[in-house]
Every structure is written in structure tokens, then in C-alpha cells.
Design a protein around this ligand. Structure first.
Ligand SMILES: [Zn+2]
Length: 248
């Protein structure tokens, strides 16, 4: 593969040898990549400080087809998110976003819209009153973009549209979403969610502005956040580490 220039978010960085680093980047054009940055820690580094964790850089990557690391040949800083250096909860939220990008996406599988969503979310994490909702919105966007979105409108068991089924809606994490009242009795591990919390998840997953009107400390949002957390834990096989530290 020829070398490629792309925007990238640095999601992990490990020091290796005397002066080099192995960086994991989520790039806009090539998806996730693990690359060797030779001499990245030298005083006169060829990367101009363009390899800071959770920042956006303009990089040139030489992809390798095999299991070998890609090679990072150039990097220049494009955007730093200064809030993350001042606000610990925002920093943890940033780590959580990096972890989702790292653990849920495949190497060299590009998702430009997910890159853009991550960049915008990182930029806005300083808005404390909206942070929890922004992170939840990113989580749902990420799940949708990767084909992992829980079903919120049709029964995840029989496919029937679920409408006006009462105050509580069945939700089966293992099946991937809500279940209708006919399927519910025969299924194991179905939790019952207040109808408002399913509506809150729909608002968080929708493009409009309804998500802004959800109460930050409200019960509906609380249940929605908890349910998204269960879905992420089920997919990852463990609880997301930084999510509780970000207050999400
Ligand atoms: Zn059903």
C-alpha cells in the first residue's frame, strides 16, 4: 500500500526502544492503525509534537499489509483539546471515547463519520452541563456506525414494531434491544425499563435537538445511561473502565 496522508486522533502511545513510540491512532481515512514512530521522543523529533494523546494530528502513514506495524513518517498537530488538560472528568470521558475507538473498531477499517463525531465530542467535553449526554450520544452513534446499535423501535426477538405497550418496555441486552410483550415471557434476562428511558435513548440517538432537553440528573436519562453501559459491557466482554470516572 502507498503512504497516505490523513487526520488522526492519537488514542494510545507506548514508549519503545530508546527514542521511539508505538502509537495507536484512529484515522479519518484508514480507520484504526498501530504505527511505529521512529525517534518520536528525540529532542528534535520529526513529529513536531503532533503525537499528543487525545489530540488531532495531520499524519503520513505507511500502511503494512501483514501483521507488522505501520510506519508513521510525518505528524503535525492540528487540534488540541485544552479542556482535557484542565478538567479531570472531561479527561476520563476522553479516555473512554479513545477506548471505544480502540476496542470496537478494526484495523484499517475506515469510518470517517465516526472520526468526525469523536472529534466534535472531544472538542465539547468542557461543557459540563451537557457532557454526560454528549458522551451517551457518541456511544450510541458509535454503536450505530459499527452495526451494533440496540433495536429501540422493533422487537429484537420477533421483529414486530413495539408501540404503546404500557409504562414499561422489556429490554434484552443479549438479543440486542427491546422486546415486545408477547415475546417477553419466554425470554431470559429481560430487564423492564420505564418507557421514558427508551424515549431518552431514542432522543440521544437522533439527529435533532431533543437530547438537549433531557434532564441531566433525571431518572429517564439515568436509566438510559445504565442501559447503554450494559450494552457496551456485553459487547466488550467487560465494563468500560473510564466510563464511571467520567460520571457517565
Ligand atoms: Zn417480539
Amino acid at each position: 500500500m502507498p503512504s497516505a496522508r490523513t487526520l488522526a486522533i492519537v488514542i494510545r502511545s507506548v514508549e519503545v526502544f530508546e527514542s521511539s513510540s508505538i502509537v495507536t491512532v484512529f484515522t479519518r481515512e484508514l480507520g484504526k492503525a498501530a504505527a511505529l514512530a521512529k525517534g518520536a521522543r528525540r529532542l528534535k523529533s520529526p513529529f513536531e509534537g503532533g503525537l499528543d494523546l487525545l489530540s488531532v494530528s495531520d499524519i503520513v502513514l505507511l500502511p503494512r499489509a501483514s501483521e507488522a506495524l505501520d510506519l508513521l513518517t510525518e505528524s503535525a498537530p492540528v487540534e488540541r483539546f485544552d479542556t482535557l488538560r484542565r478538567d479531570l472528568a472531561a479527561l476520563y470521558a476522553g479516555f473512554h471515547i479513545a477506548q471505544l475507538l480502540s476496542d470496537l473498531t478494526d484495523v484499517h477499517d475506515p469510518h470517517p463519520r465516526l472520526f468526525d463525531a469523536a472529534r466534535v465530542t472531544l472538542r465539547r467535553l468542557g461543557e459540563g452541563d451537557l457532557r454526560i449526554r454528549r458522551v451517551a450520544r457518541f456511544e450510541l452513534f458509535c454503536l450505530r456506525e459499527l452495526g451494533l446499535m440496540p433495536s429501540l423501535d422493533t422487537c429484537s426477538h420477533c421483529g414486530r414494531a413495539v408501540v404503546n405497550e404500557g409504562d414499561r418496555v422489556g429490554f434484552a441486552v443479549a438479543l440486542g434491544g427491546i422486546v415486545c410483550h408477547e415475546c417477553r415471557p419466554g425470554l431470559a434476562q429481560v430487564s423492564l425499563l420505564p418507557r421514558e428511558s427508551v424515549a431518552a435513548m431514542r432522543a440521544l440517538a437522533s439527529p435533532g435537538n431533543d437530547w438537549r432537553n433531557l434532564e441531566e440528573q433525571g431518572r429517564a436519562l439515568g436509566w438510559a445511561r445504565e442501559t447503554i453501559g450494559h450494552v457496551l459491557s456485553h459487547i466488550l466482554g467487560r465494563r468500560p473502565r473510564f466510563r464511571p470516572l467520567a460520571g457517565v
